[in-house]
Each structure stands twice: as C-alpha cells, then as structure tokens.
Design a protein around this ligand. Structure first.
Ligand SMILES: Nc1ncnc2c1ncn2[C@@H]1O[C@H](COP(=O)(O)OP(=O)(O)OP(=O)(O)O)[C@@H](O)[C@H]1O
Ligand SMILES: [Mg+2]
Length: 261
C-alpha cells in the first residue's frame, strides 16, 4: 500500500494558556477525501494551518508526502506549499488586485505569459461560475463570490492535495452543490487528495470518504459517512441535531469521551 499523503502524529497546540489541539493523530490516503466536522472554536482551522505549516505544533509532527514541512525554513516551506491548494476560511484575497491577478497570482510569480495566465484563470473561474468577474476587484463581489474566487485560486496549479476551510459556508444551496461537485470531480478525474473542514453535515455526507469529528481539540468520532449517520455517539448526535453539548446536567463542562465509536 502506498504511503499516506498526510500523516498527523499526536499534535498539540496552545496559544498562551488556551489549549486548542490536544493530541490529534490522523492520516489521509492518496485520493481520499477526509471531512473534519466540529463546532466553532474547536480547532479545525488551527489543525489545517498546522498541516500546511502556517502554524507550528508545540508537540507532535506532521508529514505531507513524507516531508516534515515544520523542519524546513520559510523559503523551503513556501516551495513545498506550492504543490498544495489551500482554500482559506475568509477567502484571503488581495483587495487591490483583480480577480485575474488574485487567481493567477502564482503564475505571475512564475512569469508565465499573460495570455496563458488569462486562459488558465478563465478555465478555473468557469468551473466556479465566475468567468464574468475576471476583471473585477474583490470589493465588487459578494462574500460567496469571493469564496469561489478563493477556490479557483486554490485549484489553478492542479495541486494533488487540497485543504478546504469551510468552502461552502455562507453559500446558497445551489452554489454549495456546485462546490461539492467540483470537489468530487477533482477527486474522480485527477485523483486529488482532500481535507475539507465544514459545518455542513449534508455536504460532508456528499463528499466524504471518511469523516472525523473534533471537539475541544481531540477526535471524538471517526468513520464513513454511513457510520457517522447511524452513530449513537453523543457528540455526533448533538452536532447533527444542533443540540448544545457544552454543559452537562450539573452545569459543569462535560468530559470528552476518550474513545472513538
Ligand atoms: N493565531 C492565533 N492566536 C491565538 N489564538 C488563536 C489563533 N488562532 C486560533 N486561535 C484560537 O484557537 C481556537 C480555535 O480556533 P480555530 O480557528 O481553529 O476554530 P475553528 O474550529 O476553525 O472555528 P470556526 O468553525 O469558527 O472557524 C479559538 O479559540 C481561537 O481563538
Ligand atoms: Mg475555522
């Protein structure tokens, strides 16, 4: 069997006294789509940023295609990240650049011919239904459109690994469906490996090969969409039904079950 594309080994991450990741281990195989579910503030974005080495863990390690990005200097990290697509939660577009310049940013840096950049950018914008916006600037676009531009930028270099941080949050159901189909198509046609953070349980069932649920910085459930859907795990049930699980009957913070169901 081939080496997993991403291996996360017992990572811990705190900010001052705030413990965010508390010993996360997971691996993602080539061509697999792993979905990470969890409530707001449970460390999902911190986990993704740690995987791509925008943040360093306090303890534990991460390998991507067998390389430990955290051991590289900033320059080497930058070049390793070039092969990884990253869809930021907040789009993270450059306000003063056009959509063309934002999506084609990496190609401009590589000094590729203008006509080629425009053609490649238009191809990706067409996939997300935004070819008409090519010459606009981000402030002329809605939040959902900016999100789709962020997705177009992440897939322009045809990366084999893509990390998506809430790619469909705030989008209408039809656009959500378009994004989910893109994620499925990239896997089916190009064998892309993906990690997708989402709150959207319906999207999770549609795109995931495997789902993990994070709660207070640990994995509390893991399984196929079918397994998760039928799970009696209290964290999963509370998440699906939208019930708060923060406080138990005595009013104190409930403890995290140590096992995965
Ligand atoms: N750079 C940082 N410095 C200090 N605290 C941070 C930093 N990044 C994240 N945090 C804190 O870590 C915790 C987890 O944040 P994170 O962004 O991973 O949550 P999340 O699960 O992605 O939530 P959401 O679903 O709302 O996006 C939060 O309490 C957040 O305030
Ligand atoms: Mg987040």
């Amino acid at each position: 069997m081939s080496e997993p594309v991403v291996v996360v080994n017992n990572i811990h991450k705190s900010f001052g006294s705030l413990r965010v990741l508390n010993g996360i281990s997971l691996s993602v195989s080539a061509g697999e789509t792993l979905v990470i579910l969890g409530r707001s503030g449970t460390g999902k974005s911190v986990l993704l940023k740690t995987i791509i080495a925008l943040l360093d863990p306090d303890k534990g390690d991460v390998t991507v295609y067998g390389h430990n990005l955290h051991q590289l200097n900033e320059r080497a990290r930058l070049s390793a990240r070039a092969g990884i697509g990253y869809v930021f939660q907040g789009s993270a577009l450059f306000d003063s650049l056009t959509v063309l310049e934002n999506v084609g940013f990496a190609m401009y840096q590589q000094r590729r011919p203008m006509a080629e950049i425009r053609e490649e950018v238009l191809k990706r914008l067409d996939m997300v239904g935004l070819a008409d916006a090519v010459d606009k600037v981000p402030s002329e676009l809605s939040g959902g459109m900016q999100k789709r531009v962020g997705l177009a930028r992440a897939i322009i270099g045809e990366p084999k690994l893509i990390l998506y941080d809430e790619p469909t949050t705030g989008l209408d159901p039809l656009t959500t469906d378009v994004i989910n189909r893109i994620i499925l198509r990239l896997r089916r046609k190009l064998g892309v490996t993906s990690i997708v953070v989402t709150h959207d349980i319906k999207s999770a069932y549609t795109i995931a090969d495997r789902i993990i649920m994070l709660e207070q910085g640990v994995i509390v459930a893991e399984g196929t969409p079918d397994h998760i859907q039928k799970s009696n795990n209290v964290w999963v049930q509370n998440f699906i039904t939208g019930r708060s699980s923060d406080l138990d009957n005595s009013g104190s913070r409930s403890s995290i079950p140590a096992i995965r169901d």
